[in-house]
Design a protein around this ligand. Structure first.
Ligand SMILES: C[S@@+](CC[C@H](N)C(=O)[O-])C[C@H]1O[C@@H](n2cnc3c(N)ncnc32)[C@H](O)[C@@H]1O
Length: 213
């Protein structure tokens, strides 16, 4: 039997205040409804989405510092929307190049009343595009241009593109185990620090990585 979303959220996030949990519940209900027609997230299994995507985004949100963020390749708004709900004092730009996501994000922003969110339809790799936040976030960013690159090369390409924007001082990644295998040169050049986000629900953990520009 499928369990009620509110019951799972209460169990997984006892520390999130009730009013914010309600907003997350409304977000999930919109997200899963849109997913049925537009395939905008990695899974339609509600319990998986909560315990993997939302839980990891919650832990990630507890580790970030700063005031302004761009979530590059935000898709359905993960992690950007979760960060915006949990931190009304932070300003979040949700950036994606696909109109399907952008249309969904505009509806979600309106219906959830998120005043700290800006939505940008933009190809991040377009020449001379300028970000205007102090921090950027990447989670599961994928693009044809970098798909075949080895993980370290991919990161360098992404970070070097971010560097074209003078405002950005920090990059946060929510990523997997390959971040543990980056070269010493990379760690030194990009002042990389990594923290494990342990999952109480899955054997595989994700990692929080910080790069200083
Ligand atoms: C695998 S999805 C990840 C979505 C979300 N961050 C998550 O973890 O659920 C990758 C996203 O990156 C976006 N994307 C790919 N290339 C992009 C580009 N050059 N500029 C902006 N967005 C891009 C895609 O449209 C897609 O929404």
């Amino acid at each position: 039997m499928t369990r009620k979303v509110s019951v799972i959220l209460d169990e997984v996030f006892p520390k999130i205040p009730h009013d914010k949990r309600l907003v997350i519940e409304n977000y999930l209900s919109l997200l899963l409804k849109w997913h049925n027609n537009n395939n905008i997230i990695s899974s339609s299994d509600t319990e998986y989405v909560i315990k993997r995507e939302i839980y990891d985004s919650y832990e990630f949100s507890n580790l970030i510092t700063g005031k302004t963020f761009t979530d590059i390749g935000t898709g359905g708004g993960i992690p950007g929307i979760i960060i915006a709900i949990l931190n009304p004092d932070k300003e979040i730009v949700l950036l994606d190049r696909k109109s399907t996501y952008i249309d969904f994000l505009r509806i979600a922003q309106h219906d959830l009343g998120l005043n700290n969110v800006n939505i940008t339809e933009q190809d991040f790799f377009v020449n001379k595009f300028q970000l205007n936040t102090e921090t950027v976030l990447f989670k599961n960013f994928s693009n044809k241009k970098i798909a075949k690159m080895q993980y370290e090369k991919k990161l360098i390409y992404m970070i070097d593109t971010v560097k074209n924007s003078k405002s950005v001082k920090k990059v946060y990644l929510l990523t997997g185990t390959p971040v543990l295998e980056l070269s010493e040169d990379f760690v030194e050049d990009y002042k990389l620090t990594v923290k494990k986000i342990s999952s109480p629900f899955f054997p595989t953990s994700r990692y929080f990585a910080e790069v200083l520009l």
